[in-house]
Design a protein. Structure first.
Length: 225
């Protein structure tokens, strides 16, 4: 049982960055309650100066609000260093390489997967006005960029296991929500064998199962608030 007290996670389970934080909180055994709200909702605006997700409300210090995923990750690691999600360093590997990959995923992967492909696919499918061929044409440019990102990413990660081989790290938690969304669309065909194998390994984690509800793969959509 954690002695850290009940935290509050502001953000819909549909949000990939919110799911990253939920994965980490569960892995570390930090208790939390999740508020299902969309970006730029009244609730999101009340907790984040720009209305984005996620925000973590820390029970200490009168309910301190901590915003932005990487800032929240640093807090989680500070108050619950074990089990570690960091990359151990040695003569051949710098621990900072994990954060390099996280930056690649957040900076280049998120735009390529979500705005570039998944959100366009989901919006068009939900609206129901375009044919499959028209949807494919609409996302063709984004799909080309996504292929490029995934090919580059596969060249940077370990040949098997997690992103860094046997060690589960935050990089896996940043990437998984994006790939889970992609896997829920026909465009999952662009994923190579390495990422498909990695996905299966990630699906076996209890925290992945516990954060499935409300995700795109579970049929979830952002709340209308």
């Amino acid at each position: 049982m954690s002695s850290l007290g009940q935290h509050t996670l502001i953000g819909t389970p549909f949000s990939t960055f919110t799911r990253t934080i939920a994965l980490g909180l569960i892995h570390k055994g930090i208790p939390f309650y999740q508020v299902n709200t969309a970006p730029h909702s009244a609730t999101a605006d009340a907790h984040h100066p720009f209305g984005y997700l996620p925000t973590l409300v820390v029970p200490a210090k009168g309910g301190l609000k901590l915003r932005e995923t990487q800032a929240i990750v640093r807090y989680i690691d500070r108050v619950a260093p074990e089990p570690s999600l960091q990359l151990p360093g040695d003569d051949d590997v710098l621990p900072e390489k994990m954060w390099e990959v996280v930056s690649f995923i957040a900076g280049y992967g998120f735009p390529a997967v979500e705005p570039g492909v998944v959100k366009k696919r989901v919006a068009a499918a939900d609206e129901g006005k375009l044919s499959e061929a028209e949807i494919r044409t609409q996302i063709e440019g984004g799909l080309a960029e996504l292929r490029c990102f995934l090919a580059t990413l596969e060249s940077l990660i370990a040949q098997d296991g997690y992103i860094f081989g046997e060690r589960l790290t935050w990089a896996d938690y940043f990437l998984y929500p994006l790939m889970a969304d992609l896997a829920a669309t026909p465009e999952a065909e662009v994923m190579g064998d390495r990422l498909r194998g990695w996905m299966e390994k990630m699906k076996a984690l209890p925290e992945v199962e516990k954060t499935f509800e409300g995700s795109l793969a579970a049929g979830g959509r952002p709340p209308s608030d």
